[in-house]
Design a protein around this ligand. Sequence first.
Ligand code: ZN
Length: 514
Amino acid sequence: MPGIKKPFAMRPFGLAALVTAAALAGWVGLRAQQTAPTKEQQAYRKAMEQADQQIAAAENEHSEALQNEEYLTTYIGPRLTGSPEMQKASDWTLSMFHKYGIDAHLETAKIPHAWYRGNDWGELVAPVEHWMTVRSAAWSKATPGPVTGRIVVLSRDAKPADITANPAKFKSAIVLTDEPDGPVKLPENPPNAYNAVIPPPKGVPKAPAMSFRERFENYRKVMAALAQAGAAAILRDSNKPDAMLLTGSASYPAYEPSVLPVAFVSHPDYEWLMRLGKAGHGTFRINLEGKFSQGPGSASITVAQIKGSEHPDEQVIIGGHLDSWDLGEGAVDNGTGAMATLEAARLLKSLGWTPKRTLTFILFTGEEQGGVGVRAFLKNHAKEIDKMDAVLIDDTGTGRIKSISLENFWSTGPLLQQVYRPLQEVFDLDPMSTQYFGSSDHVEFQREGVAAYFAVQDAAHYGYAHHSTDDVFEIVNPEALKQQAALIAAWMWNVSEMPESFPHHPKAAERRPM
Ligand SMILES: [Zn+2]
């Protein structure tokens, strides 16, 4: 929009963007392109451009996003679902919504067990003595004190029969189950090149020999066979650069103790152990002290609302998960998405505008273990689902939001385009994305038929930090965090002011197992 300062505009439109925009029109807005926009649509677009400018300018002038992000990561710290830190984060965010003058409450679900990390350690004891940093996988069973065993390598594609055919080989063994494909490659052109988590924007990736679910099921059966054979523990490869450590869940079903103790070591250490294991020469000692809650644990989501005036029963929802893994500070997975959501609420409230539809802000929990928080919300609000208008989730780190992905809600493309065009103009975004992410809290809304979208962001070291020791406050980009907050606030405002509601899709037939 000429003549208006664009606070978050960073890149001019290039030829590629125009070509992609033209291609996009082919599938989403062909008819809209051919027929001139109605007077109503023109008025809507103009009003939204003005509103979005004001939202962006207000965030630029005064923002609390970074100070909240610092408080969350530094004074509350990492937030495993069900942990005291997660509860503290839920209570603190509730108090912040209240401080901003916004109605908010917690909704609490039960998980079978909370898990508390203990003091994990490990050492190579033969052929040489060498301490190694070992971190337990979350929800891993503890070892019964320090245990020592031969290092045994199991191929990445091993089947349960490979263990049951020769159980003696695995008795009391420390088993390595992740044969590395090769050395971890450092980013060639940081910060965006190391992008292992975000799916490629174009083309169909080569199908793996086993699907993710098949691989997961196979791994679970391999673990059970190893436990049956009397293995001592499983060691896994963090598979990250710079000797960073990774964590993840060892349990299935979620929140139950794993059948064997499972821990991660750094990639360089794993390569060392792998060579010794293959040569049949290594012995390792390991001690994992993680503890489980006696009974079920509590997992809360924070829900805040600004009531709509014309259609109060129709909700526009934005959110991000507040839970995290626990080796770093949970700064970019997903402190940034959660704090952008909190900031968007503060920002919209501070403007004093009255939305047509109700604005709902949700800080989820349990996203990392399969979505217990979003499921609790949908269960608690089952009667409201048919009137839920649209959802946007912010969950890929600290990068600037550069687009919004339609996911698989093709039929809503023309409506989303109307909401998106003013955003694209004010925030200088790429064309609307057709990338399918399918892996965060929006998926459960989609399964209920609600139009639910995902923020597409610059990678900004996300693959590097993801679930690792490096997920810390220092990698947060302050300007991009403000841009995220302003953009999701503006998206929410634009949806709330739309003349029409978003259509629903049919509900998915079956429930996904957790
Ligand atoms: Zn996440």
